[in-house]
Design a protein around this ligand. Sequence first.
Ligand SMILES: [Mg+2]
Length: 290
Amino acid sequence: MTTAAADAGMPDPDLTGVRALLLDLDGVLVLKGEPLPGAAEAVRVLLRRGIPFRVLTNSSLWARDTLAGRLAAAGLPIEPGSLVTALSASADLAARRWSGRPVYVLSSRDALREFEGQRLLDDEAALADAASAAAVIVGDAGPAFTWPRLNAAFRLVLGGARLVAMHRNRWWLTPDGVTIDSGAFVRALEFATGRRALLVGKPAPGIFDAAYASLGRPGAGPDLPRQAVLMVGDDLRSDVAGARRSGLRAAFVLSGKQGPADLAAARRRHPADLPDVVAPSLFDLVRALD
Ligand SMILES: [Mg+2]
C-alpha cells in the first residue's frame, strides 16, 4: 500500500477514527462487470468485523434487489438495503416531491421497479399530443435511449416538467469496452431545452447525505460523526470531491478508471478537493483499518 501511495505523492494512509465506509461500486468493488481482486475478501472482512458500510453508486441500470443478486453471484455478499444508488435516490426524490403527479422515467425496464407505487407515464402517454409531466428523470437507459423517447422527454421538459439527471457520468467501462453513459443524453436534453438538470447522483450532496443517514440506523451506533465516515472511490470528482464537500473523508483507490496522473492534475486544478488517503485498492484500505 505504501508504495503506490508514495508513488502518487501521498503520505501513508491514516485511517484513525474511521468507523464506517461508503464504497463506490465501479472501480472499487467491480470493473467491467467482474469483481476486482480482493474485493470479495474486503467485504467479508467488513461483515465479519461488523464495520458498517454502504455501497454508494451512480449505477442506475438495475433495481437494488437485482443489483444485489448480481453482486452475490459475483461473490460479493451485499444486501439490497446496503445499496444507495442514483436510481434509488431518484425514486425517493420523486416520491417526496412529485407524489401522485405524472413522472416520465427514461431508464431500463428493471430500473422502473424502484418507482413502484408512483404515477409513471408510459411511452404512449408521454408521446401523446397533450402530454405533461411533473418531472422527466433520466437514468441508464442503454438501448432504450431511442429518438422517440428523447423527443418525448424534450417536449415534456419544454412543457414545464423538471429535468432530473440520475447522474451525469460521461462514460464507463463495460465488458465491451468504453461505453457512452447517460450524462451525454442529459446534456443533449439540456442543450435542446435550455434548462439545467437537477442532479441526484454523486457528486451532488443529497445522495451523500442519504448514504450517511442510512449508516445511522441500528447497528452503526448512536453517534457517527461525518469525519468517521470514509468514502472510497476511483473518481476524483464524483467520489472524492463530492464526499469532502459533504464533510466526509475520502479515499482514492487506483483500481479503477483514474490513476496517479489524474491525481497530479487534480492537485494543480482542485487543491481543495484532494483525497485524505490514497491506496491501490479497497482491500489495502480495509486491511489498514484498526
Ligand atoms: Mg467508480
